[in-house]
Design a protein around this ligand. Structure first.
Ligand code: UDP
Length: 407
């Protein structure tokens, strides 16, 4: 795992010095992160990189995953969809199962660290274990909260208001709450296997393994198979563009243990692909970081045609590789892409097809977008900025009763 000073090559030494100063005030402060999956999806991706760096800085950080049965994860996926705006109704039994599973986890987990850092709705009700004047609790929301289903929001809000602070990824997700809200965007790690530079031979060998032709244009979307990532829409876009420009489509993704909908979405995609030899539907096992890195680097254009998106790490990953990205203008994606400057933002299948055709036919323009995109990621969305924001948040909670913090 990368050592902090390795990041100087991307962000300069001042940034690392600053992290050490903040962390100096947090030596041995313990922070327990809790989420609902150890692999798959952006939260696990970030925690995998964040925990070792916090430890290196002297913060006593750890990460635990709640336990739940299949039915519990069906309920929480429904909740996830509802918070993304889908109209759903919950039965009393479903709500009870959500609360019961949280209660079970409360009874089984040690929740005694100085800061308890809960990620997303699945473990949100763990907060009932919080004691007044005890440790500090943060609820970190990674999802697109621009238009949540009201019933689900009202239900969850009761629990969120019991925390000491909440964190959202983008200004448009701000909600009415009794507790402080902090805006902290996610980030990528430039030194990880997923994002580091790769020798050309490795990229070629990954493509050969999947039977993809490196000499013809490659259009890629990497995502869990989830309706909100619109993989069916991506295939429709490709079929429209393919009539005019020769290209191949790579749709690559695996599952997450807390997402039971993947198989159904994958079936829908298979139906529409119809054995097209230029569409590569790749089911990636966990820890396919080098493969994802190679696929992104080999792409002429990267798509992220999400219908809702908390942030979209895959957008940052592609931009970091200087790839032109076409993405849905939703959730946290516009933080990363300024339309026609550092990528293209679209609203429909036809709009995405038009943009894709334009970029495939104008490689110079596409290249410029990718270069501007990389610089935006370098300045704003690398893990060092994320670490700084978290350290400051921890400091503000730990030193709550002090007017001045001397660094
Ligand atoms: N990812 C992965 N394997 C897959 C699909 C996605 O490792 O099969 C990674 C992807 O590279 C990114 C993260 O999982 O780092 C997904 O984060 P994002 O914010 O894009 O979406 P989420 O899945 O959290 O909604």
């Amino acid at each position: 795992m990368a050592k902090l000073r390795e990041y100087e090559q991307y962000v300069g030494s001042d940034v690392i010095d600053e992290l050490e100063i903040y962390a100096g005030k947090l030596q041995n402060v313990s922070v327990q992160n809790i989420n609902s999956t150890a692999v798959g999806g952006g939260v696990a991706e970030i925690l995998t990189r964040m925990i070792p760096l916090l430890k290196e800085l002297g913060v006593n950080a750890c990460w635990d995953v709640i336990k739940g049965g299949e039915k519990f994860f069906e309920v929480t996926k429904k909740m996830h969809n509802a918070l993304h705006g889908q109209q759903v109704t919950f039965t009393r039994d479903e709500i009870d199962l959500y609360l019961y599973t949280n209660e079970q986890n409360r009874n089984e987990m040690e929740l005694k660290k100085d800061i308890i850092f809960i990620h997303d709705p699945q473990p949100c009700a763990l907060v009932l274990a919080k004691k007044s004047n005890g440790n500090r609790w943060i609820w970190r929301c990674h999802i697109d909260f621009s238009n949540p289903d009201l019933f689900t929001w009202q239900f969850l809000k009761e629990y969120i208001n019991k925390y000491d602070a909440s964190v959202f990824s983008a200004p448009s997700f701000e909600r009415k709450l009794k507790i402080p809200q902090v805006l902290i965007s996610p980030s990528i790690d430039p030194t990880s296997d997923k994002n580091k530079e790769l020798p050309d031979e490795i990229i070629t060998s990954v493509l050969e393994r999947f039977g993809i032709d490196r000499k013809r244009p490659i259009v890629t979307q990497i995502s869990r198979f989830d309706y909100l990532k619109d993989p069916v829409g991506v295939v429709k876009v490709f079929k429209l563009v393919k009539k005019h420009v020769d290209c191949q489509l790579v749709l690559a993704g695996g599952g997450a243990t807390d997402d039971p909908e993947g198989a159904k979405v994958l079936n829908d995609v298979r139906e529409i692909v119809e054995n097209d030899p230029d569409i590569f539907l790749l089911l990636l096992p966990p820890a396919s970081d080098i493969e994802i890195n190679a696929l992104q680097r080999a792409s002429s254009v990267v798509l992220q045609k999400s219908l809702k998106e908390g942030f979209g790490l895959t957008v940052a990953e592609a931009l970091w590789k200087s790839k032109p990205v076409i993405a849905g203008a939703v959730g946290g994606i516009p933080l990363q892409i300024t339309n026609k400057y550092s990528g293209l933002l679209t609203h429909s299948i036809e709009g995405t097809a038009f943009a894709l055709k334009q970029l495939l036919q104008n490689p110079d323009y596409a290249k410029r977008l990718g270069e501007n995109g990389r610089e935006n990621i370098r300045r704003n969305f690398l893990i060092t900025r994320h670490l700084r924001d978290y350290l400051l948040l921890f400091l503000s909670l730990i030193t709550k009763n002090e007017d001045v913090v001397y660094l």
